[in-house]
Design a protein around this ligand. Structure first.
Ligand SMILES: [Zn+2]
Length: 256
């Protein structure tokens, strides 16, 4: 029996993987899984109101701009997902309920309710597999030409979650390999521009280190996940200041 798999991306939607500065010379390889709020055309609005479709449940506002700023500043390759995490959250494995969430914070997501196995597989094949294959390919090519890879993922988080304000401004997250995170936290303590904390506002226990495990830990590569409070990066100025600061922390940490 051949299962009918819904088509996820049309030709007009384009490729799901964005890559910039593919020949960047920095060891840093920047990954932005939640870069975009764009939904593939076939999904309509998923039954969500406009305010939800442009909110943090759909993407990480400001994260791609900060990632680009760091990429430009370091001459580092950047890989990002061109579609919303509402369809597939590329920082979650296919087995996780959060990969295609039925609810996110205060919103039920009608278009994600009771997905069939075929629908889940189709989304996984269309968005998750090519995204992580692209990162794997980049790491392999860099290794072949003698270039190190250090995995740095860039995210943003909402200042108010379930009605509670978050005081932390910058989170430096890691899983079992804390080499790079430790150096960055030391560097941040020397130049404390933002309230910076380890494994906040989330940590590995929340399942947010999937990309780090997949590409960093499994390859023995240094890695870190950076979470920026999104009210600090709403415009060019905030994004530029944050990108410069993070570039400095990374440079100092890689040299240490
Ligand atoms: Zn994120």
């Amino acid at each position: 029996m051949v299962l009918a798999r819904p088509k996820i991306l049309s030709e007009a939607d384009g490729d799901c993987v964005g890559i910039e500065r593919i020949d960047g010379r920095s060891p840093v390889l920047i990954v932005c899984e939640h870069a975009s709020k764009t939904l593939p055309a076939s999904f309509g609005d998923l039954g969500l109101p406009d305010e939800a479709l442009s909110s943090h449940i759909a993407w990480d506002p400001g994260a791609l701009a900060v990632a680009r700023g760091i990429s430009d500043g370091l001459d580092a390759t950047l890989v990002y997902q061109r579609f919303s995490r509402l369809i597939y959250d590329c920082n979650r494995p296919p087995s996780s309920p959060g990969a295609m969430p039925e609810t996110s914070e205060i919103y039920a997501i009608p278009g994600n309710k009771d997905l069939t196995a075929e629908e889940r597989l189709a989304r996984t094949d269309a968005l998750y597999v090519p995204f992580h294959d692209a990162i794997r390919g980049l790491i392999r090519d860099r290794r072949a030409r003698g270039q190190d890879s250090v995995i740095v993922t860039i995210h943003s988080f909402t200042p108010v979650y379930h009605g509670r304000e978050r005081a932390v401004e910058l989170g430096i997250l890691h899983d079992e390999d804390s080499r790079l995170a430790d150096r960055m936290l030391e560097a941040a303590a020397e130049a404390p521009l933002y309230r910076t904390e380890r494994n906040q506002p989330y940590g590995p226990e929340d399942g947010v280190t999937h990309t780090l495990i997949l590409h960093g830990l499994s390859n023995g590569l240094r890695n870190v996940m950076i979470e920026v409070r999104n009210d600090l990066i709403t415009d060019d100025v905030g994004q530029g200041v944050m990108a410069d600061y993070l570039k400095g922390l990374l440079q100092q940490s890689l040299d240490a």
